[in-house]
Design a protein around this ligand. Structure first.
Ligand code: MN
Length: 504
């Protein structure tokens, strides 16, 4: 059975605290969602501002292959502005729960019902496809909800949506009212689930199991408060979990990761590391028992293969490391220690791991080189000197001295700030040697106050387009940034060099 994916990243997702997008940004996200294969996108709420109207207009004029909807209240001017935005599909809503009626709308149930019917009739008279949402449906009196859905269906609505506006439903209850809505309307029913109790995806799945043919979802689960059902979790659960009924969507799952990162970057909301499917750690393995299992058969600890969602498995070593995982990482670089050497390297890892350190692949290779006595797998690039000056009224300036494979190099450059100057100076050196470029730079504070630790993530690319990323944590933004870059450069140079060695 085909399930329709209605993506509301650009509407409910944009209502996330602290998020506001320009029309150009909204258009770029819309294109990305269309390429991902969503069936419909909710492009925005045209009446709220001129910028929003413009954004929706740009999206409706783009010739995308998905359907494009816009949100409206059950108010004529809202519906008119949807038409002005070039929409031929609206998602119109009015609250139906007593708590919203009394404290927000100051209306009786009958008055709200009347507004709903009027809006659906008006939308149809303007030639629109109309999807009707009874806001706060899951806290609405069940009999009244059935009545509202039945009446708007009679008034000509094309689709019905059940919003669990404050994430208050259980999977059992949303299944019940989904069945009610289908029985009362005989229309296609969607569910719009919020994550206030972490149940958004479970509720959306339950709605679908009860007969809903569509779910409203967002990329990375962003949205009001705790967010909405996440597109990646919902679509992959439908695809992979052992339901008796087979479900399909039009989502091109191999584009999920890329889309998630793209949107996270534009919107400025990081994906939590342990987030299902798209989090940094979702396909990472450190523990020895797990990596051993994965290496003999990935199904042991990976319910789905990372490639299915456009990702790669990541093995790392730390105090939970086992010899198999470590050797697998080394083998990626063509390094094959003897059993005794493996044990020695592992002992070193455990010592560092017990001090709370995560070992990067560069550090692992450097430890391996100590044990194996091979010069070739040492850290190639070392920072031997560094100073930076900054202030007001002068252009920040950096001086960097690197030792690369035994030779000294000096680079100096200006920048808009001390970090920029330092990175420019490093790039001046490495650009000459191996055309390495810093593609991405991210800075986050990981604790509060002026003594906060900062986390720098960078990504480095070589001339062939190979990319590596690295991360560094420290107290000083400038030196931490420099360390992250040096680490990244080491990784990419090592990978390159060892690959060449393997080929020869
Ligand atoms: Mn919502």
């Amino acid at each position: 059975m085909k399930i329709r994916i209605f993506d509301t990243t650009l509407r409910d997702g944009e209502q996330t605290v602290g998020v506001s997008l320009s029309p150009d940004q909204k258009l770029s996200i819309a294109k990305k969602l269309d390429a991902l294969g969503v069936d419909a996108i909710e492009a925005g709420f045209p009446v709220i501002s001129n910028g929003e109207l413009k954004a929706v207009k740009m999206i409706t004029s783009e010739g995308l292959s998905c359907e494009i909807a816009g949100l409206t209240r059950t108010i004529k001017t809202d519906i008119d502005s949807a038409v002005d935005a070039g929409l031929n599909y609206i998602h119109t809503f009015i609250a139906t729960s007593d708590i919203h009626l009394e404290y927000k709308l100051h209306m009786t149930r009958d008055q709200a019902l009347e507004k709903a019917i009027e809006a659906v009739e008006y939308g149809k008279s303007r030639g629109l496809q109309v999807e009707f949402s009874a806001e706060d449906a899951t806290r609405t009196d069940r009999e009244f909800l059935k009545k509202v859905f039945g009446e708007v269906a009679k008034a000509g609505a094309d689709r019905i949506d059940i919003p669990d506006t404050v994430g208050y439903s259980t999977p059992e209850y949303i299944a019940e009212i989904t069945k009610d809505a289908i029985a009362a309307t005989k229309l296609p029913v969607s569910v719009h689930c919020h994550n206030d109790f972490g149940l958004a995806v479970a509720n959306a799945l339950s709605g679908v199991h009860a007969g809903a043919s569509c779910a409203h979802v967002t990329i990375n689960g962003i949205g009001e408060r705790a967010g909405n059902a996440s597109l990646e979790e919902f679509s992959m659960a439908l695809k992979c979990l052992p339901y008796e009924q087979k479900y399909e969507t039009n989502i091109k799952s191999e584009l999920i990761y890329e889309t998630s990162r793209y949107i996270s970057k534009i919107i400025g909301i990081k994906v939590q590391p342990n987030k299902a499917i798209v989090g940094d750690n979702a396909f990472g393995h450190e523990s020895g028992i797990h990596t051993h299992g994965i290496l003999s058969n990935p199904l042991t600890y990976e319910p789905i293969s990372p490639e299915l969602v456009g990702r790669k498995r990541r093995l790392s070593v730390g105090k939970h490391a086992g010899i198999h995982g470590m050797n697998a990482m080394l083998a990626e670089f063509g390094v094959k220690p003897t059993e005794e050497q493996s044990q020695q390297i592992l002992d070193k890892i455990k010592v560092l791991g017990d001090q709370g350190k995560q070992i990067t692949d560069v550090e692992l290779l450097s430890m391996a080189s100590d044990v194996l006595g091979e010069k070739g797998i040492k850290r190639i690039v070392q920072l031997t000197g560094f100073s930076v000056s900054t202030g007001i009224g002068i252009m920040p300036y950096a001086f960097v001295k690197l030792n690369i494979d035994g030779k000294e190099f000096i680079g100096t450059d200006y920048g808009v700030g001390p970090v920029d100057a330092a990175l420019n100076a490093i790039q001046k050196i490495t650009g000459k040697i191996s055309e390495l470029r810093i593609k991405d730079y991210g800075l986050a504070s990981i604790s509060g106050g002026s003594t906060a630790l900062c986390e720098v993530t960078i990504s480095v690319e070589d001339a062939q387009g190979n990319r590596v990323s690295s991360k560094s944590v420290g107290e000083d933004i400038v030196t931490t940034s420099v360390q992250a870059v040096i680490d990244g450069i080491n990784r990419i140079m090592l990978k390159k060099m060892l690959k060449e060695k393997q080929v020869n």
